[in-house]
Design a protein around this ligand. Structure first.
Ligand code: B12
Length: 247
């Protein structure tokens, strides 16, 4: 069924990949969603990209993980979580440059995304489809429609906050969306997120009940798509879901 309000979805990410994969070079690239968030609650970016083999520059200034980092260039083969971030940073200037450590032979470490550089006990964490990856960004391979989160965490000495995941569906016959918010642990275990505030275009439009649900009225006559986002203290803010309010 065609959605009345919803603009973008994971299914559209996958469909975009299918349509574009007819090009000769495109065959090795996969469509994925990448999100970059900090412990200050800033959502630096969220976007669908098509990603594949890339080359990155490592820096001797990338000291966040220790070792002896050097200035170098490294090839990152295949569709990876680091490659997806590189692709996103080329489209969003606030994510540029990436500060990368090549100090370890088992992988490339991420120290900074634009001005968001890990200092002290801060660290950039990588989650794929809600789960903390068990390999570094350059060796974490991605498949079509995977959802990548790079999160600047406050301290590696404290537990990592749960991540919020927002989904929305049309309510048949009503000008409202049924919004559901779930909390995902580092292991990807999911539970309803009650008490999460839901925002549309920055305005609070509801709070989820104990089952993580809330009905959100979508105003008409707006200026085009706006994003739904859920926030809850002590949690990583949710993904954005674009909503059409312009008709
Ligand atoms: C402590 C630790 C961390 C700490 C390091 C900070 C600190 N000051 O303690 C933090 C929390 C930051 C961390 C982060 C990550 N880690 Co870690 N980490 C470890 C751990 C448990 C011990 C490392 C250590 O202290 N060794 C002893 C010291 C003396 O040796 P060292 O070589 O100097 O150690 C340094 C490096 O290991 C480096 N480091 C730690 N993790 C990683 C990950 C990557 C990709 C790189 C390049 C470097 C790196 O930081 C250490 C301290 O300076 C190891 C497991 C193990 N037992 O080795 C995993 C381990 C190294 N980490 C791992 C992973 C996957 C990650 C993350 C990618 C997890 C994630 N999903 O986000 C991130 C890195 C993301 C990024 N920014 O690029 C994997 C790497 C596997 C692989 N072959 O790719 C390991 C082996 C755990 C596992 N899965 O088995 N990690």
């Amino acid at each position: 069924m065609k959605s009345k309000f919803l603009v973008a979805s994971a299914a559209m990410v996958a469909a975009a990949g299918l349509l574009m994969s007819s090009g000769a070079l495109a065959s090795a690239e996969v469509p994925v969603e990448v999100r970059v968030v900090t412990f200050r609650g800033e959502i630096l970016a969220q976007r669908s990209v098509r990603t594949g083999t890339t080359t990155v520059e490592t820096s001797r200034r990338a000291t966040c993980l220790g070792g002896k980092p050097t200035d170098d260039r490294k090839r990152v083969p295949g569709a990876t979580a680091l490659g997806a971030l590189v692709d996103l940073s080329r489209r969003a200037s606030r994510l540029d440059p990436l500060l990368l450590s090549g100090a370890f032979d088992f992988g490339i470490g991420l120290c900074g995304v634009g001005s968001a550089v890990a200092t002290g006990k801060q660290w950039w964490a990588l989650k794929v489809n809600g789960k903390l990856a068990t390999t570094g960004g350059d060796t974490t391979k991605l498949g079509r429609g995977d959802r990548v989160l790079w999160y600047l965490d406050r301290s590696y000495e404290k537990p990592m906050p749960d991540e919020l995941r927002l989904s929305a569906a049309d309510s048949p016959g009503r000008s409202a969306l049924r919004v559901k918010v779930r909390a995902l642990t580092s292991e990807g275990k999911s539970s309803p997120a009650g008490g999460a505030k839901v925002y549309l275009g920055g305005r609070q439009v509801g709070t989820t009940d104990r089952s993580g649900r809330v009905s959100v009225r979508v105003p008409t006559g707006g200026n085009g798509p706006e994003a739904l986002v859920a926030r809850l203290p002590g949690h990583i803010p949710s993904n954005r879901v674009e909503v059409e309010n312009g008709s």
